[in-house]
Design a protein around this ligand. Structure first.
Ligand code: SF4
Length: 426
């Protein structure tokens, strides 16, 4: 067993930081924007690493269903476990596989979501950050419900579960917000030894509102055909928001992306060097182990992934900062409906979200991943297929593991996509 977070920081220091510096020094201004997105990720890891040995701070381990603003208000270093495997899946597959193997050797079935098996393996091998606590809602899935109680036993850190609603809308968000008020805030006061400060929370919420409004504008720009930014950049604002909402560095970064995209549109400087023949909506998770697939799609097939089902939910209202209840309701709403917790919804609601975005972004087809262990999406594929047929929407369903290329390799994914565009889409 190594030291906690040691392998993670080695990958961050040896691979991620040099990549960030490479993009920073590039003469291409889009690379410079990419560097900012990586810088945000690096800052998260550095902060967690520092907070592990800081007696005045705590690392807040949390899951989709919650957002970082509240943790910033308590001066914690937030770390969203759901996004953790992605550091390794692309650049350090052996560590990813080591954690997966540790979970399976301990008895985790191989058909549990690899994100959850990875987190369990990281806990078993002592990699997860210390000086931490863990909080999660009950959404989105069985995988998380299976892994977190086990993790709780292994790590023996303060842990809190709150109940996520199955319904959608403000009432459900208000109900979830009340649990945050009655359970999560007192829990955090206890584990951090700090009193909840409404002004600090409001500050974090206002900061995140600024970033959020910029992000919505950026997303509006991406409805243009052809899209003014390449895919690598289009995905970054959402990823940044989920992990860093409430931190000024995110707002700064969002401003720069916003300025760039606005300028490009004004000057008619559209990025795409390839004809955008097809605008693709990606349903559910995208393979994290090989981002070059999307560039290949653009270059070889003229198929551009312009939106996905996770990012497309980001069309909520900014958080109302009038009082604690309005703030918590909005904060809860973001956690529920901007993250994978959206999967808790009934199939009809999920389909409505998907089709709204499909139409808004002028898409021509769908690619939907059926990720191993994700009962949420695999369980509804029949209904989705029927619906797409009725609406005459060409759709490709791919069975894969979005973190693990051993289940379906990049080459096999590309072959399926190529066949789809060369047959159905011609
Ligand atoms: S991909 Fe599916 S199974 Fe995995 S954590 Fe997300 S909702 Fe759960």
């Amino acid at each position: 067993m190594g030291k906690p977070f040691e392998k993670t920081m080695k990958v961050v220091n040896d691979v991620v930081k040099p990549a960030m510096n490479f993009f920073k020094e590039s003469p291409d201004e889009l690379d410079n924007l990419r560097a900012l997105a990586i810088e945000d990720q690096v800052a998260i890891f550095d902060e967690v690493n520092k907070a592990m040995t800081d007696k005045k701070r705590k690392v807040a381990l949390y899951e989709f269903g919650l957002m970082p603003q509240l943790f910033f208000a308590f001066d914690c270093a937030p770390f969203c476990l759901e996004t953790y495997p992605m550091v390794f899946t692309g650049v350090s597959k052996e560590i990813f596989q080591e954690f997966i193997a540790a979970a399976e050797e301990a008895g985790a079935p191989s058909d549990v979501c690899s994100t959850d098996r990875f987190i369990l393996g990281a806990a078993l091998t002592g990699e997860l950050p210390t000086n931490s606590f863990f909080v999660t809602g009950s959404a989105p899935c069985d995988g998380t419900r299976f892994v977190y109680p086990v993790m709780d036993k292994i790590m023996e850190i303060p842990t809190l579960y709150i109940e996520a609603p199955y319904t959608y809308g403000r009432e459900a968000a208000g109900w979830y917000g009340k649990q945050i008020k009655d359970k999560l805030i007192p829990f955090m006061e206890e584990v951090t030894g700090k009193k909840f400060d409404i002004d600090r929370f409001r500050e974090a919420i206002e900061e995140s509102n600024r970033a959020y409004e910029l992000m919505l504008d950026i997303f509006d720009a991406y409805t243009m055909k052809p899209s003014p930014h390449p895919l690598g950049l289009r995905a970054a604002p959402y990823g940044g928001f989920i992990n860093s909402a409430g931190h000024p560095r995110l707002t700064k970064y969002m401003k720069l992306i916003h300025e760039d995209v606005t300028q490009r549109i004004k000057e008619g400087r559209i990025q795409s060097q390839h004809e955008e023949k097809y605008r693709v909506m990606w349903g559910h998770v995208r393979p994290t182990f090989d981002p070059t697939i999307y560039t290949w799609m653009e270059e070889q097939l003229g198929a551009s992934v312009v939106i996905d089902t996770l990012r497309s939910t980001a069309t909520l209202l900014p958080i109302d900062t009038t009082d604690i209840d309005t703030m918590l309701e909005g904060y809860a709403w973001q956690g529920l409906d901007m993250t994978m917790s959206i999967m808790r919804l009934d199939t009809r609601a999920l389909l409505d979200f998907t089709i709204n975005a499909y139409d808004r972004y002028n898409c021509d087809c769908m690619i939907i991943t059926q990720h191993v262990g994700c009962n949420n999406i695999c369980g509804v594929s029949g209904i989705w297929r029927r619906y797409f047929r009725e609406r005459d929407i060409p759709a490709l369903f791919i069975d894969l593991d979005y973190n693990d290329s051993r289940v379906l390799s990049s080459e096999q994914i590309c072959n399926q996509i190529e066949d789809f565009f060369n047959t159905v889409m011609v």
